[in-house]
Design a protein around this ligand. Structure first.
Ligand SMILES: Nc1nc2c(ncn2[C@@H]2O[C@H](COP(=O)(O)OP(=O)(O)OP(=O)(O)O)[C@@H](O)[C@H]2O)c(=O)[nH]1
Ligand SMILES: [Zn+2]
Length: 210
C-alpha cells in the first residue's frame, strides 16, 4: 500500500499542456514517426505507410488526451449529499488503457475508486473520468494511483478516498522478461481510509480482497 504524501503537490493542480497546443507542431510529430519507421528498416514513402504518420499522431492525441484535461474541471461540479447517507461511495471495475513511461507500452487495467462523503457527493461518471485523465498520460502505476486518490481528496474534500488499481503491463508481457498472466496491484488511501483500519478493511471487502 502506498504512503503517498498528502496534501497533493502544486503540480497536480496545474492545467497540463495539451498535445495540440504545446510547442511541438503536428508536422514535427509526424516527421518523428517517419524517422522511427526508417529506423525500423521500412520506407515511410511506400504506399501503405504514407498516411501512417498522420494516423499515429491522431491516435497519440487520443491515447494521451489526459494532458489537456484537468481534474479540477471535472471535480468542480458537486451535489449536496442525500440526507442520511453516511457510507462509502465506490465505483468498481473502471477499465482503462494507459502507457508506461519507460517503454511507452500499454498498461491495461481496472481501477476501483471510493470515497466517504463529507456533505457533498459527485457524479459517478466523474470518478471514471478522473481515472481516464491520469491513465491517458505516460505513467507508472504507483503514480497514477496516488494522483487519482490525491486529486479526489483535494478537490472533493471527502472524509477519505481510496483507490486500487490492477493492471497488466505489456512491457513485461510482450517484451523483456515476457511473463504473461501477471498483474500488478497498487492502492492508495487518504483520510479515514488511511487512519482507520476499519474503513480500510471495509474498502478492501467491497473490492473483494478480504
Ligand atoms: N514500479 C514500476 N515499474 C514499472 C511500471 N511499468 C513498467 N515498469 C518497470 O520499469 C522498469 C524499467 O527498467 P529498466 O531496467 O530501466 O528498463 P529495461 O532494461 O527495458 O527493463 P526490462 O523490462 O527488465 O527489460 C522495468 O522493470 C519495468 O517492468 C510501473 O508502473 N511501475
Ligand atoms: Zn514499461
Amino acid at each position: 500500500m502506498s504512503n503517498a504524501t498528502f496534501p497533493v503537490s502544486k503540480a497536480l493542480q496545474k492545467k497540463p499542456l495539451s498535445p495540440n497546443t504545446n510547442s511541438v507542431s503536428r508536422e514535427a510529430a509526424e516527421e518523428a514517426v517517419r524517422v522511427l519507421i526508417r529506423w525500423l528498416g521500412d520506407d515511410p514513402s511506400r504506399e501503405g505507410l504514407t498516411d501512417t504518420p498522420a494516423r499515429v499522431t491522431r491516435a497519440f492525441g487520443e491515447w494521451f488526451s489526459g494532458y489537456s484535461e484537468s481534474p479540477a474541471d471535472i471535480l468542480s461540479r458537486t451535489f449536496e449529499e442525500v440526507a442520511g447517507y453516511d457510507d462509502i461511495v465506490i465505483v468498481r471495475g473502471i477499465g482503462f488503457e494507459s502507457f508506461c513511461e519507460h517503454h511507452m507500452a500499454p498498461i491495461i487495467g481496472t481501477a476501483h475508486v471510493a470515497y466517504l462523503p463529507d456533505r457533498r457527493v459527485i457524479g459517478l461518471s466523474k470518478l471514471a473520468r478522473l481515472v481516464d485523465i491520469y491513465a491517458r498520460r505516460l505513467q507508472i502505476q504507483e503514480k497514477m494511483t496516488a494522483e487519482i486518490v490525491n486529486s479526489l481528496q483535494v478537490f472533493l474534500k471527502p472524509k477519505g478516498a481510496a483507490v486500487m488499481i490492477r493492471a497488466d503491463h505489456h512491457c513485461m508481457s510482450t517484451r523483456g522478461i515476457r511473463k504473461h498472466g501477471t498483474d500488478t496491484v497498487t492502492s492508495s488511501f487518504t483520510g479515514v481510509f488511511r487512519s482507520d483500519p476499519l474503513w480500510q478493511q471495509r474498502f478492501l471487502h467491497l473490492v473483494g480482497l478480504c
